[in-house]
Design a binder for this molecule. Structure first.
Ligand code: NAP
Length: 516
């Protein structure tokens, strides 16, 4: 059986013992094992700090961009093989696998082009600078330089390729070396990515290391110049940001966590209109794509009270058309959940929602196509809660599967209040053509969400789906969503750069900071 090793300190290393077994979620057959027991993470940190960091910091943004471009190219060339790994160990359909892999190469390509635009410089200077006293000579600039530490990335199971690449692209462009840890259950794709990058020899030594499995004592090595970017459940995020050394050494932490993302159908939208159809299409896509295992999936659907039945009918019609089963079978668009744990959690989550005020109004009664009684399959499911305030659990508990809950609102103001009951989300989407209503919804929804998609008639055919994270727009959200912020073009680099107020002779500073 395939054995996943970790790539640390410039070489492949195997842990002790058998370790964890990775499965094919469609058949429950074992596909690989991996262990990180006994691996020397102190050595990995030292390698990043002593070798990778200095090499990256010696490069200009344009040179780092060229490295990232080469990474994107190497992964693109291995696309088919990575898609196969994602189907095998993630239970992804081919479409879902492409979403992850192409998201990875696309984000790398985007940051490569940003590096090219930043050009032959190593320092970013913020704004115009300021005269600090009466002397026109004494000036202050805010300069941003890469931290001479290590960027540790801990990723969730659902996007092993994109998760690795989107974080690595930003850190490497900023000039920080990376130690990346995928979730163990679906680590095969990340392992293959690392193999491809090592084989292609596109990375400066020490720039990227991979931990193929459990974190062990990895995070105990974080120090004051290091950063930790985490994606996963809110519980793990809370645990990691409260580690003694993380608090004691003021380690910078970014958390991308759970989110009860909302879709709001405007009161002006008539059934059958273009905006209505786009709304139905988006909800169906976001519930079923990646089997609902997307941090940006729509979990709560708010519609005007008088539209509840019509929306329910339209969603059932749309969701009924989606075939679920083994991703290798013809026509299947919804695969299994990624693990037995996920399946158990989704079953328990639906029970929690239905005992907390929601009613199950539809669930696919088809058998999963191509499955032979094995696999972690869960049918697409629609719930409804007619009293959204009484159904508190719907706003608190994320069911990480193909499940969403339909709820009514009575006024635009109430729609905003109900969305806010989710305590902070990654994304909300609004479907409306009413200018005034759109303005007031934006006021209410934006502070509670990291991203807001407004779908109206003139963009129904052009807008991206709400669940699609774009490298040019920030990803992350307040409150429950973790309070983090990733990507967003150059904004993403700030996490890896130290902003320092540099004061002195204006001419000297401008020369030293590469402004002239
Ligand atoms: P998880 O159980 O919290 O695990 C996430 C990662 O943390 C995994 O790599 C896991 O490693 C690691 N981990 C767990 N305990 C750790 C510890 N004590 N020390 C160091 N690392 C530790 O989450 P998940 O089940 O993989 O992901 C599902 C959740 O992620 C969902 O709630 C979803 O909403 C959220 N998510 C959020 C985003 C976003 O961008 N906001 C994106 C995707 C997913 P092991 O696998 O080795 O245990």
């Amino acid at each position: 059986m395939l054995r996943l090793k970790s790539y640390l300190a410039g070489t492949w290393k195997d842990g002790e013992g058998e370790g964890a077994t990775l499965l094919d979620p469609s058949t429950e057959e074992a596909v690989a094992t991996t262990s990180t027991t006994g691996l020397d993470f102190a050595e990995a940190f030292e390698h990043a700090r002593e070798v990778g960091g200095p090499k990256l910091r010696a490069m200009t943004f344009a040179e780092r961009g060229a490295v990232i471009k080469a990474m994107s190219k190497a992964l693109y060339e291995a696309r088919e093989e990575l898609i196969d790994a994602s189907i095998l160990n993630g239970g992804n359909t081919r479409g879902d696998a492409k979403f992850d892999i192409d998201g990875a190469t696309g984000t790398l390509a985007y940051y490569a082009s940003l590096g090219k635009k930043l050009g032959d410089t190593r320092v970013l200077v913020e704004g115009e600078g300021e005269q600090l006293t009466q002397s026109a000579r004494f000036y202050g600039y805010h300069a941003k330089l890469p931290r001479p530490g290590v960027a540790v990335h801990v990723n969730a199971f659902n996007f092993p390729a994109w998760g690795l690449a989107e974080k690595a692209a930003v850190a490497l462009l900023a000039g920080m070396p990376v130690i990346s840890k995928p979730a163990t259950a679906t680590a095969l794709t990340a392992f293959r990515i690392m193999e491809v990058l090592v084989e292609a020899d596109v990375l400066p030594e020490g720039a990227l290391q991979l931990v193929s499995g459990s974190a062990g004592d990895l995070l105990s090595h974080l120090g004051p110049q290091d950063v930790l970017a985490f994606t996963g459940s809110a519980d793990t995020g809370t645990h990691l940001r409260s580690l003694d050394n993380v608090i004691g050494r003021s380690v910078r932490v970014n958390v991308e966590a759970d989110s009860l993302n909302a879709a709001v159908l405007g009161a002006d939208v008539e059934p059958g209109s273009e905006t209505w159809n786009r709304f139905v299409r988006d909800v169906c896509l976001e519930v079923t794509q990646k089997t609902g295992q997307k941090c940006t999936a729509i979990r709560r659907v708010f519609v005007p009270k008088e539209r509840m039945d019509a929306v329910q009918e339209a969603l059932i019609e749309s969701m009924s058309a989606v075939v679920w089963g083994d991703p290798r079978a013809d026509g299947v668009r919804v695969g299994p959940l990624a693990s037995k744990q996920q399946l158990d959690d989704v079953k328990a989550g639906v029970a929690k929602l239905t005992s907390g005020g929601a009613t199950q109004v539809w669930q696919s009664d088809a058998d999963p196509v191509g499955s032979e009684g094995k696999g972690f399959f869960f049918p697409p499911t629609l719930l409804r809660a007619d009293d959204p305030r009484a159904a508190a659990v719907v706003h608190e508990h994320e069911v990480f599967g193909p499940v969403t809950t339909l709820m009514p609102y009575e006024s635009d103001a109430e729609a905003g209040e109900l969305v806010a009951l989710g305590h902070g989300g990654l994304v909300a989407s609004l479907y409306s053509d009413d200018r005034d209503a759109i303005a007031s919804h934006i006021q209410a929804l934006a502070p509670w969400n990291g991203r807001l998609l407004v779908a109206s008639k003139k963009v129904v055919d052009q807008a991206t789906a709400p669940g699609l994270v774009l490298p040019s727009c920030i990803h992350g959200g307040p409150g429950r969503a973790g309070g983090g912020e990733e990507l967003g073009g150059l904004r993403g680099l700030d996490f890896y750069l130290q902003r320092t107020a540099v004061q002195g002779d204006r001419g000297l500073l401008e020369r030293a900071l590469g402004m002239r």
